[in-house]
Design a protein around this ligand. Structure first.
Ligand code: U5P
Length: 377
């Protein structure tokens, strides 16, 4: 296809959406497109030099007349400037507000027929969509974009239920770079983290926000550890951390839980894990489950949002009722103790990621969307 000049705007440091937008930019650049990140800070994980990736920083000036710094206006102005100077073909923005709305304004400011692709990652719909002061702006951002995608079927359906836009929303799943997320030999980490060689290792990775229900992870782990020798790796940090630490103490689990804080190179941690727990009460996709699966780790997840579209119950892992600690602990323990089933689920997980969520496959889906848009004139 024709090589395009693409502007990408995301919240570079926000969870799965920032990771996916950055990875998308990198993979598109590898396919020869010219990528212009337009955001407030350097996208994370953009950790090597690419001759065709550029970063345009949005800076917000502080003037005493502004009660709040006008970030959205600064972003729109920067987008318009980059559209004109770099002659962008399209803007791919992540989140309807403010990014889609800013892109629409930037297009008008630039006077160029730049196309706008918006990807919904969740928060727009699952949190902000319920705020009546924002719902109209979200609907506007969606309806005035040329193409809108969402990262799971569940998020597409929820977008129609909550926002009711008159717009086709396509599902384009999140993805991982399988060159990064694969089983690696990191067995030395077990010794370094003082994990007994026979322990089953359970992992949870998140931003420790209340919706992730990390306290449920700890409670379920207690049930698992009553049936076998096990260690829990808690990776990430966030507002729930002190509650989680308190609960670990109260339940007498201190010796069996490792708090690792924010980490990179997660494939090394997944590779020493036997099971991932993702027990969120809201989750539009669940990128960490996909990452774990790619490294051959079966996952136990809640029956919430996009999680069952990633984890196939009875094939790559187990889906449980939200907050049902007994069910989660029992089914997790049963899977960990059934070696043959565990091996099969681990193999199925790797195959599922390869067949449905490879970077190559998903990036081609985005390229097809771009191509159709550009050809439609
Ligand atoms: N993440 C890290 N390090 C951490 C915690 C999270 O890199 O300490 C990454 C996960 O690997 C994942 C994203 O790519 O943040 C969270 O995505 P989600 O599950 O919130 O969508």
């Amino acid at each position: 296809m024709k090589k395009l000049k693409i502007g990408i705007t995301c919240y570079p440091t926000v969870g799965g959406s920032g990771v996916v937008a950055t990875e998308l930019g990198k993979l598109l650049a590898e396919k020869g497109h010219e990528i212009h990140f337009i955001s407030s800070s350097m996208p994370f994980r953009l950790n090597k030099m690419y001759h065709n990736i550029f970063f345009h920083q949005v800076e917000v000036s502080q003037y005493s007349v502004f009660q709040y710094p006008p970030y959205d206006i600064a972003l729109s102005s920067k987008m318009a400037e980059v559209i004109n100077r770099e002659e962008l073909d399209l803007l791919h923005v992540h989140y309807a507000i403010p990014h889609a709305v800013c892109a629409i304004l930037a297009k008008q400011m630039s006077g160029r027929d730049v196309k706008i692709v918006t990807t919904l990652h969740g928060t727009d719909i699952t949190v902000l969509g319920y705020d009546s002061s924002l719902a109209d702006s979200i609907r506007f951002g969606i309806e005035k974009s040329d193409v809108v995608t969402a990262v799971s079927e569940s998020l597409v359906n929820q977008s129609y239920d909550v926002i009711g836009p008159k717009k086709d929303i396509k599902t384009v799943y999140n993805f991982i770079d399988e060159r990064v997320y694969r089983k690696v030999d990191s067995s030395h980490l077990k010794k370094e983290f003082a994990i007994h060689p026979d322990d089953k290792v359970i992992i949870h990775v998140s931003n420790f926000r209340p919706v992730k229900r990390v306290t449920d992870v700890v409670k379920a782990f207690k049930g698992i550890a009553e049936k076998m020798s096990a260690t829990l790796l808690l990776v990430g940090d966030g507002p729930e951390m002190s509650n989680v630490c308190k609960l670990v103490d109260e339940l007498g689990l201190k010796g069996q839980v490792r708090f690792l804080g924010k980490q990179e190179n997660l494939e090394e941690l997944y590779s020493i894990s036997d099971l991932m727990l993702l027990l969120s009460e809201k989750e539009s996709f669940g990128l960490v489950a996909l990452e774990a699966m790619a490294c051959g780790v079966p996952c136990v997840g809640t029956n919430v949002g996009g999680i069952p579209e990633v984890i196939v119950d009875g094939e790559t892992g187990v889906i449980c009722e939200l907050g049902n600690i007994d069910e989660i602990a029992e089914k997790s323990a049963a899977l960990l103790l059934d070696e043959q089933k565990h091996r099969q689920f681990a193999a199925n997980s790797v195959i599922r990621v390869r067949d449905h969520f490879r970077g190559e496959t998903i990036v081609s889906q985005y390229e097809k969307i771009y191509e159709e848009l550009i050809l439609s004139g």
